[in-house]
Design a protein around this ligand. Structure first.
Ligand code: UDP
Length: 376
């Protein structure tokens, strides 16, 4: 039998934050991780080309939350990194988010000011007072021509659904700019951890009262764990309940097939991330990790991302059908006073890294004053 005050399933962002917080209060913490490593999908390592790469896709940290920024700075130094993405549209390469350059390049316009850009958008958009899905959200902001060139097919490749089959929030993640700003994010803090994410997590979990079991599926050893005060579960919510409600309809997740290539050139592409929003290729984007932090190597590693149905779940799929199924699991989850469901997979919500930090920090704080039944 294993004993701990706090049991945490999963060593990703939510799990690591809760482990660190509880250990700091003198609790004995047991972290159970199915994979062979910590850091969840943020896991990175130096590959055979001497380049720091992320195993599960690029992770760009950005936040407006002062508390979160202060918290992550306790465990790593960070360097400023303003992420930029370009998209190959036919034979043209344009910035995404859409900005003045995007419109000028794709439509041979000569826009030079914010007012002209606003005017162009006004003439081209199809207004929706309250966009009900991803398609309406994009049409409302940029109109049909940009929707078709940059969003419709990319979304189909990413989700195996067209934007009209997804919540507006998915497509609203990306802003539309009325100026020349070509940054992907707008947050006050945009940075990457100096020693990489795995090191950041190792620092968070470095505490004598935190025990980590790697390569261990919680469901294989659940019977041997007892006497804990609280259990935090960060895996897929339906897995916890043995896919109970999926007997009727399955909760959907998207996974990614990462195909890595080595090229003996200094750089393969001009930018860390190049999106392919067309139907000419099956992958959504190519990541060249060497760009992050201006790394040096005689070679370069690029990774093509193919989004797929099967495989480890990375993305919940936000739409009304999945929300309905999730709501049934949530009812079950709320009945368990000592079990807390936290993070992107357990809450079935598509949120960013900083939100994952924030949710876990807030959950910890709320549980310090109120038990689950009244805190929820
Ligand atoms: N998207 C798109 N074209 C792009 C980039 C994004 O249509 O070139 C859409 C797509 O539906 C995607 C969503 O916007 O899933 C959110 O993009 P984001 O870059 O935030 O996705 P993530 O990096 O989380 O995969």
């Amino acid at each position: 039998m294993r004993k701990a005050d706090i049991v945490i399933i999963g060593a990703g962002i939510s799990g690591a934050v809760l482990a660190e917080r509880y250990a700091s209060t003198g609790k004995k913490v047991l972290v159970i991780e199915k994979r062979a490593h910590i850091a969840g999908n943020c896991y990175d390592y130096v590959d055979g080309n001497g380049i720091l790469v992320s195993k599960y896709g690029a992770h760009l940290f950005h936040t407006n939350e002062r508390d979160v920024w202060e918290y992550v700075n306790r465990f790593s130094d960070w360097y400023a990194w303003e992420h930029k993405v370009v998209a190959r549209v036919g034979d043209k390469t344009v910035p995404i988010p859409v900005n003045i350059t995007t419109v000028n390049t794709l439509f041979d316009e000569k826009i030079t000011s914010e007012a002209e850009m606003q005017d162009w958008l006004e003439r081209n958009r199809t207004a929706f007072a309250d966009p009900q899905n991803g398609r309406e959200a994009v049409l409302d902001r940029v109109g049909e021509a940009l929707y078709e060139k940059m969003f419709r097919h990319y979304t189909k490749k990413q989700w195996d659904k067209y934007p009209e089959e997804l919540d507006a929030s998915v497509l609203n993640r990306i802003p539309v700019r009325h100026n020349l700003d070509d940054r992907y994010f707008s947050d006050v803090h945009q940075a990457l951890p100096k020693g990489g994410y795995t090191q950041l997590f190792a620092n968070m979990l470095q505490h004598p009262d935190i025990e980590i079991l790697l390569d261990t599926d919680y469901f294989d050893i659940a019977d041997s764990i007892s006497g804990y005060e609280k259990l935090f579960y960060t895996g897929p919510v339906d897995r916890f309940f043995d896919f109970k409600h999926s007997l009727v309809e399955k909760l959907e997740y998207r996974s990614i097939n990462f195909v890595s290539e080595t090229h003996v050139v200094e750089f393969y592409q001009e930018n860390s991330v190049v999106n392919y929003p067309g139907t000419d290729v099956d992958f959504t984007r190519i990541i060249e990790y060497k760009h992050f932090g201006n790394q040096k190597s005689g070679k370069t590693t690029v990774v093509k991302e193919f989004t797929v149905d099967e495989g480890e779940p990375y993305y919940p799929v936000p739409n009304p059908r999945n929300q309905e199924i999730y709501a049934q699991y949530k009812i079950e989850a709320d009945k368990l006073p000592d079990v807390h469901f936290v993070g992107r997979l357990a809450n079935y919500k598509y949120f960013n890294m900083d939100q994952a930090f924030k949710n876990a920090l807030d959950l910890f704080d709320s549980l310090q004053v109120l038990p689950k039944t009244t805190a929820a």
